[in-house]
Design a protein around this ligand. Structure first.
Ligand SMILES: *Cc1c(COP(=O)(O)O)cnc(C)c1O
Length: 372
């Protein structure tokens, strides 16, 4: 039986081993580990890749979100619209700056925030929105930006799962006022540890972000504001520069696998991902739905296909948000999604026989399940 792991970061490294080893050696030989040439080269290359004017490397994706909100002066008394259906980091960034979370339910077909439910959530205190490009699929940004213009709101894209994705032909990361990225190892563009970045076309915001990530300092020992410490180090930047050159190719492989899954699993009674016409997903995750998800997962595990759940519990039902007293039933669409989703293995290093093994196992495992 072919074993299919959910993720194989070792194979990803081995495929690029000579390039990555050379990049790592360049950094270790230089003896310069923070705020150097690799970081500024990566920032230029990633800004250019996303079609933006500025990229600011930071320590991780959560910091990218949080520092951006801080730079915009968002804090206590301000409301920030977030998806009810997201990874908890989106919410934590808002909480960490002391602002108030205003969750909005998703479109059940795309899993992304439903633009037509946003307007009802806006109050005089609303300052910003954080649409998330969940699972690698861009949120519906045109209507979101229209609402933002009408209400003068700051739009921060959470692009952590969507490096390379396109919306109506335009790359994500330059669609809102700023975008936060994560280079967590398992993301489509992943470092060998933590990493993150912010992209924006706003020159003033970029300047402020550069200060905030490095002790409020542009010139050593001169501290203009009270900044923190969240830097993308030279080793990570050097690795990311190599991987960025392969990102489009790796995303294409994900897209090919997704097409195979979509074609060969359409008649098995599972809910399959829906991709609107004008959207290019980069398939960070391939998420199916079942009314009997746990049985499906157990059967796939018995067939040596490893799956994960993204995510088992929505943010409002986590212990971290106990104090908000948001009980089950408060965001029913997000809750239903969390109860039913299952992520099949998808990744650039998955071999054709492994893809076939996932298809065969999923077809067998789906029989006599409660349908969605
Ligand atoms: C991974 C992720 C983050 C956080 O990134 P880290 O680098 O782990 O801090 C934020 N939002 C979403 C949607 C993510 O998937």
């Amino acid at each position: 039986m072919t074993t299919v792991p959910f993720l194989n970061l070792r194979d990803a490294y081995l495929e690029l081993k000579s390039e990555i080893d050379a990049a790592v050696a360049r950094v270790t030989d230089s003896g310069w580990f923070l705020m150097g040439e690799e970081l500024s080269a990566f920032e230029h290359e990633f800004a250019s890749y996303t079609g933006t004017q500025h990229c600011i490397g930071v320590g991780n994706g959560l910091d990218a979100l949080r520092i951006c909100l801080t730079a915009k002066g968002i804090g206590p008394g301000d409301e920030v619209i977030v998806p009810s259906n997201t990874y908890i980091a989106t919410w934590l960034a808002v909480s960490q700056v002391g602002a108030t979370l205003v969750p909005v339910e998703p479109d059940e077909r795309t899993y992304n925030i439903d633009p037509y439910k946003i307007e009802a959530a806006i109050t005089p205190r609303t300052k910003a929105m954080i649409p998330v490009h969940l699972y690698g699929q861009p949120a519906d940004m045109d209507p979101i930006m229209l609402i933002a213009q009408q209400h003068n709101l700051f739009v921060l894209e959470d692009a952590a799962q969507a490096q390379g994705a396109k919306y109506r032909g335009r790359p994500v990361g330059g669609l809102g006022d700023a975008a936060a990225w994560s280079f967590y190892p398992g993301k489509n563009l992943g470092a060998f540890g933590d990493g993150g970045a912010i992209t924006t076309n706003d020159h003033q915001l970029a300047e402020r972000l550069r200060l905030l990530r490095n002790y409020g300092s542009a010139v050593k020992y001169v501290h203009e504001i009270q900044g923190g410490n969240s830097r993308l180090d030279e080793l990570q930047a050097a690795v990311l520069r190599v991987k960025l050159r392969h990102l489009d190719d790796w995303n294409r492989r994900r897209q090919q696998i997704a097409q195979r899954y979509l074609g060969e699993l359409q008649d098995v009674g599972l809910g399959l991902p829906f991709v609107p016409d004008d959207i290019e997903s980069v398939w960070h995750l391939f998420v199916v739905r079942s009314g009997d998800r746990d049985t499906l997962q157990a059967r796939l595990a018995a067939s040596k296909v490893q799956t994960l759940i993204h995510y088992p519990t929505p943010p409002h039902l986590q212990g971290a948000y106990r104090e908000l007293c948001w009980e089950r039933g408060r965001f029913p669409i997000a809750e239903r999604i969390h109860d039913e989703v299952l992520s099949l293995p998808i990744g650039p290093q998955l071999g054709s026989n492994q893809v076939q093994a996932v298809i065969d196992a999923t077809r067998q495992s789906s029989s006599k399940l409660i349908q969605v």
